[in-house]
Design a protein around this ligand. Sequence first.
Ligand SMILES: NC(=O)c1ccc[n+]([C@@H]2O[C@H](COP(=O)([O-])OP(=O)(O)OC[C@H]3O[C@@H](n4cnc5c(N)ncnc54)[C@H](OP(=O)(O)O)[C@@H]3O)[C@@H](O)[C@H]2O)c1
Length: 303
Amino acid sequence: MASGAPGPSAAGAADAVRDAPAVPAGPPGAPEGPEPREIPGSRDSRDLPGPPEDRDLPGSPEDREWSLDELAEAYAYPAAARARPWLRANMVTSLDGAAQHEGRSQPISSATDMRIFGTLRALADVVVVGAETVRLEGYRPARAREAFAERRAAAGQGPAPAIAVVSASLDLDFTAPLFTAPLVPTLLLTGAGAPPERVRAAERAGAVVVLAGDGAGVDPARVPEALAARGLTRQLTEGGPRLLGQWVAAGVLDELCLTVSPLLTAGDAQRIAGGPGLAVPARFALVSVLEEEGFLYTRYGRI
Ligand SMILES: NC(=O)c1ccc[n+]([C@@H]2O[C@H](COP(=O)([O-])OP(=O)(O)OC[C@H]3O[C@@H](n4cnc5c(N)ncnc54)[C@H](OP(=O)(O)O)[C@@H]3O)[C@@H](O)[C@H]2O)c1
């Protein structure tokens, strides 16, 4: 193993609890959990940098929590993402495949999951999310985080990623901070057939409407390029499952950062990707795995 814990400290962690309102930040120096183990992956996925043991991370990793800087190194977008869109998804699942419990993903998440979630956000140019997740969870704009400021500036990125909401109906609360008070204007990805009065309401609120479909909705295959055309190539999608299923079906998902939480929920929760199935399952390769307190923080790349 070459690296230490992703670390359970919630201090400065996420912009939101996945799809939920912000988690209370833990005090700096909050007690740490057991050390995680890293299990190297098969490394044969396209373009992705290897697990952190190849990165000469400082120090003896086994006895300390990773800094946010080290996490950012470990989850850095590949060089290819500078020249073309790179769509990464970040999701959490229970052992039995539930993507939520009682309608939220927070109960199946963890503080370390949130720390990684926040890091992935901090590395992205844009966070793409389905309208239902925004509606259910009261999504807020991404915030600027001091810990990542230098890294973002060096990468030519603004202080925070833009949030891009995918919606056909545009039935969203345009008085919410997501639209009225973001650091960078919130994008609305929709189709040419979106209700014109809702388009006007969105634009009045300060949102930037981006058409990526000829009908009411978005053609998921067009979204990565539509965002890249605006200079947003380092893309992160946070679901939800109906949206993730469409990225998968369109064959545009490059990478999946999946947290497997050691919980069983039974019931009828959605799994992380829904919608029509693929004729032939898409094959991904394991890039890296971190383990802490029974949670697996996996990273898979498209082959
Ligand atoms: N486990 C996890 O990591 C995770 C992550 C995120 C969310 N969740 C959970 O997932 C649930 C919500 O997810 P969900 O799958 O029901 O919904 P979702 O994917 O968040 O959003 C679905 C909505 O997105 C819009 N949309 C999707 N595809 C579109 C297209 N091609 N064109 C235009 N608009 C499109 C539509 O909005 P309009 O109706 O406005 O047209 C649709 O109703 C919540 O329970 C949340 O807790 C879990």
